[in-house]
Design a protein around this ligand. Structure first.
Ligand code: ADP
Ligand code: MG
Length: 309
């Protein structure tokens, strides 16, 4: 009798293990690790500007922005992260100084400062840069109302910055990722006007799709009036918990509604992802072999290999 058969016969535990959540996770991570071996990211034809948006708080916008950005930059691509959320969580996670006196996106949006003057290199991360948010940005939502071209200010700033880099002979940026606040106010509008693509993180929880039509309606309005090129290019399912049937149902629901847009990769619920920011790190450097790091690398690769809209 073959060893495998023997084991299958004599160890009912083995059979039962196959379909436990733990076993599924190990199998998934193993497959991901294999798939990520020796992969190469490619430079897009032109700078891809992607806004990460969902007016719900706590769905994984910031985690996705910083970890996707880190994964892309570790793949050798030039990546700028713009923190457009007054809470500054993205700046914290990337270990970027952002106390009230630091020049930030506030000065860019409200005082027409140049992005070149606020962008900082992310410590210990080659190819990764961040334009921070400070607490001042919380006033911008109101201050912007009375300014000219109030919806276009971030777009213009990014355009000038890309030109500036070219004139200065600096490397061309491959990706600009913009993290949004959990609202649909003028900061989010600026981010949506500045981008060509929207990435929507959706938490694999009950009510996941609730509120999504509001976001999609807003995006449609912006497309009609302010930014005809805007498309929702990716939906990323986050905080996926393999132990619950609910997560699988929600994920299926999202895929049924948006079959082409939803990324194949889901981001698992992982303590490592939530711990990393308190060390001023992304999960990719904090624990590179964790399931969270693998997932964000796989998602970044998917983002990179899918054709840009
Ligand atoms: P948002 O920017 O949409 O408000 P965050 O990325 O800040 O969402 O995530 C909300 C909270 O959930 C944070 O405390 C974060 O650390 C945690 N979190 C995010 N993604 C995961 C995940 N995949 N697993 C576990 N915790 C996560
Ligand atoms: Mg956030």
């Amino acid at each position: 009798m073959h060893v495998a058969e023997q084991r299958a016969d004599s160890s009912p535990v083995h059979g039962a293990m196959e379909d436990t959540p733990l076993m599924r996770e190990l199998t998934r991570d193993h497959a991901r690790r294999r798939k990520l071996e020796g992969i190469q990211f490619h430079r897009p034809d032109s700078t891809r500007i992607i806004t990460v948006s969902n007016q719900k708080g706590g769905v994984g916008k910031t985690s996705s922005t910083v970890n996707l950005a880190a994964a892309l930059s570790m793949g050798g691509l030039e990546v700028l992260v713009i923190d457009a959320d007054p809470q500054g969580n993205t700046s914290t996670a990337l270990n970027i100084e952002h106390h009230a006196d630091v020049p930030s996106i506030y000065e860019v949006l409200v005082e027409s400062a140049s992005l070149a003057g606020v962008v900082q290199p992310v410590p210990d991360m080659e190819h990764l840069y961040c334009a921070p948010a400070t607490i001042n940005l919380s006033g911008a939502e109101i201050e912007l109302v009375s300014l000219v071209a109030r919806e276009n200010r971030l777009r213009n700033a990014i355009r000038d910055y890309l030109d500036h880099r070219e004139q200065e002979g600096m490397s061309r940026l491959d990706y600009v990722l913009i993290d949004c606040p959990p609202s649909l106010g003028l900061l989010t509008v600026n981010a949506l006007v500045a981008a060509r693509e929207v990435l929507i993180p959706i938490q694999a929880e009950y009510y996941a799709l609730e509120g999504l039509s509001l976001l999609l309606n807003n995006i449609e309005l912006i497309r009609q009036h302010l930014n005809p090129e805007l498309v929702v290019s990716s939906i990323l399912i986050t905080m996926y918990d393999t132990r619950t049937r609910l997560a699988a149902q929600v994920a299926q629901d999202v895929r049924d509604h948006f079959p082409d847009t939803t990324l194949e990769t889901t981001i698992p619920r992982s303590v490592r992802i939530s711990e990393a920011p308190s060390y001023g790190q992304t999960v990719l450097t904090y624990d590179p072999s964790s399931s969270g790091a693998l997932a964000y690398r796989a998602a970044a690769y998917e983002l990179n290999t899918r054709p840009a809209p």
